[in-house]
Design a protein around this ligand. Sequence first.
Ligand code: KG4
Ligand code: ZN
Length: 335
Amino acid sequence: MVKILAIESSCDETAAAVITDGYRLMSNVVASQIPTHRLYGGVVPEIASRQHLDAVVPVVRQALEEAGLTAAELDAVAVTQGPGLIGSLLVGVSYGKALAFAAGKPLIAVHHLAGHMSAPFLEHPELQFPYLALVVSGSHSGVALAEAPGRYRLLGQSRDDAAGEAFDKIARALGLPYPGGPAIQEMAARGQAIYDFPCAWLGDSYDFSFSGLKSAVLNFLNKARMKGEEYRIEDVAASAQEAIVRVLAEKACRAAGEYGMDTIVLAGGVASNQALRDRVEELAGGRRVIYPSPQYCTDNAAMIGAAALAKYAAGEFADMTLNAEANLPLYFYVQ
Ligand code: KG4
Ligand code: ZN
């Protein structure tokens, strides 16, 4: 039975998990920094790396303890190599390398987005390749074909802000707390999408752009405040959410049709958005739609472990020269 310890530290969650064959979790620990960053309205990279430094040892210890294992009993140590905040990534990569070296275990480098796209296997181990993945988080928005384990083809991505970033920035303008996605979802549930905020379709491409929407919402708020016009925050939230969800859902479903994919997987923090889930289901044309539970949508190490299982099986190991990469491209390998 393969036992892999996975470590994730790319943004503001320090996480460790132990996973075994069949995507079975033996432990899954997440230390979130959200309360700290909420004070600043968003993630402060320098603070994030310092908190990872404090958290990484206890979080890994807890994951091993809950799995009832020592490092010597592991088969491999997996770590998120990138993309993400460089200071945050470095903590996980350095610790993972040190642990693998000290315990004499192979090291596995995992792409953060490959991790998000592997999260559905944790609850749906029967999921088959290929599938269409919509990966939408605080730092990335992309449409990808997951063709085989570890083999992903990026069809399109955001040219500016990520979908989660748009939620976060619009929430901030509305005076809502960080992270903005859940706050906007909650407000939107009590509002009506009565404002026609712009959607960037960018022709036939599968790319996204959300900075125009963000500016449109900011302009709307400034104008209304200057003229003393009344508006309900709930309606602005519902309208902004609608503009984001519409583009994401339509592009994902169109890509699934164009590439003949029977399954659409939603991944990343924004995949826990109920309006997005509902809209994709609605437009999926009978295709199977899979999304992880919220704890596997936002950053976690279980998903890094799920991606690492495929790399372990393929014998894809890193060595001690492994370095964190803030802009690591979505890689390709064929087994
Ligand atoms: O995947 P994740 O935890 O971190 C990154 O890799 O970036 O995603 C965090 C993002 C944040 O921008 C947050 O606002 C968004 O996911 N998010 C949501 C919801 N829950 C989290 N966005 C919309 N609706 C939600 N319910
Ligand atoms: Zn993420």
